[in-house]
Design a protein around this ligand. Sequence first.
Ligand SMILES: NC(=O)C1=CN([C@@H]2O[C@H](COP(=O)(O)OP(=O)(O)OC[C@H]3O[C@@H](n4cnc5c(N)ncnc54)[C@H](OP(=O)(O)O)[C@@H]3O)[C@@H](O)[C@H]2O)C=CC1
Ligand SMILES: CC(C)(CO)C(=O)C(=O)O
Length: 306
Amino acid sequence: MTSHWIIGPGAIGRLLAHSLSPVATVTLVGRGELAERQTLTSPEGKPHTQLLKAVTVEQLLRDAPAPPTSVHITTKAMAAQAALDSLVGVISPTTPVVLWQNGFLAQPRITEAWPGPVLCATTTEGAYVNGETGVVHAGRGHTFIGDLDNRHAELAKCLALQLTNAGLVATAVEDIRRRLWQKLAVNAAINPLVARYRIRNGQLRDRPFRLYVEAVIGEVAGILDKEGIAPPSGAGLEGWRALVWQVVDNTANNRASMFQDVLAGRPTERAAILGPLIDNAKRHQLPCEQLVALDQALESIEAQLS
Ligand SMILES: NC(=O)C1=CN([C@@H]2O[C@H](COP(=O)(O)OP(=O)(O)OC[C@H]3O[C@@H](n4cnc5c(N)ncnc54)[C@H](OP(=O)(O)O)[C@@H]3O)[C@@H](O)[C@H]2O)C=CC1
Ligand SMILES: CC(C)(CO)C(=O)C(=O)O
């Protein structure tokens, strides 16, 4: 049986732990204590309680248990490196690491620095934490898995198969870099604006927000064109516009994750979503005024929260 350590016992971490537990050995690793009796509520509203092995990083360092087959990092993007660093000494540097973050911050850095295989997962599964002992699987989705340099196709296939058998439908892909950027583009056009103006996704269709979204898409399309990243269908600006407005329509009633972070007084993933776009814009000398203004607005919102 494969053994998975899942570091970051939040929404995605708990969803993964509940799903993999019946088919693999799973250990959920957190900074603080977590009750072992945990409940997953399905998208249909059905609760299912099981005992999950939950340990703290400190316990792992003290007890030095048998090493895992793979480590999943399910923290927010800005915490991924620290989470991996905290396991150094307990896991072999050749252990496969799976990154579940949105954006494109942790993925290239950890791929470059970690000696073992690094897989990246991008998922449309939706989940949120419900207190100390619960997670709600809000919506089923699809997970794509691959590595940035296409050197670990077999590993990606094995993991995709295991996740699919565990009920989280997954596909191994050779274009994970493109898929991560495509999701980042959607997140960049929606999340910072809804977090800044404290609105639901669907309100972006109204004035004045519609114009703001169009301006962001214009900058994002120019940057991704230079990076050689095409939209999933269509081409150029029109392809990106169609994608973003489709997601806005599909998620009209949602409070996006970044808005929820602001409401909860948590730091946002702006560095992982806006940061890579702004860096590339500067490298290519492309306009990025809208992206920079949103990043600064979120920075000052975050400063007021803390
Ligand atoms: N939730 C969702 O539906 C989706 C999320 N994603 C992406 O998945 C990633 C995770 O999101 P999500 O699960 O929602 O986030 P959560 O905030 O729910 O979970 C993150 C968890 O990581 C823990 N954590 C932070 N730092 C460390 C550390 N150093 N060691 C151990 N644990 C740590 C936090 O606990 P604490 O701070 O209390 O220690 C928290 O439990 C994000 O990048 C998100 O964008 C992608 C698609 C869907
Ligand atoms: C709503 C959506 C699809 C767009 O940003 C999202 O992924 C999020 O909330 O983070």
